[in-house]
Design a protein around this ligand. Structure first.
Ligand SMILES: [Zn+2]
Length: 89
């Protein structure tokens, strides 16, 4: 393998694909930007942000059953928004 292709390999595997979504895009109420590598991480960061910035909203989400239609609708919208969110380079 040449030096050039090793360099390409290194850049390729170490590139971290981060995506940013705002609190509002996650169904929240402010424009705080949250950055994550995976949809799971984004969900966790979204929840952590809610607990910090909008605790009353975090409480009402926790009180909701997991199979509540509103929750299912939210997670479908979230996955679509996550997929279409631009990657940071
Ligand atoms: Zn917020």
């Amino acid at each position: 393998m040449s030096v050039v292709s090793w360099g390409f390999y290194f850049v390729h595997v170490t590139r971290i694909r981060m995506k940013t979504m705002t609190c509002r895009e996650l169904g929240g109420m402010c424009d705080t930007g949250l950055t994550a590598e995976t949809s799971d991480e984004m969900m966790m960061k979204g929840m952590a942000h809610l607990e910090e910035a909008h605790p009353e909203m975090a409480e009402s989400i926790k009180a909701m059953p997991k199979d509540d239609p509103a929750m299912l609708e939210w997670s479908q919208k979230f996955m679509a928004d996550w997929a279409s969110a631009p990657e940071m380079s």
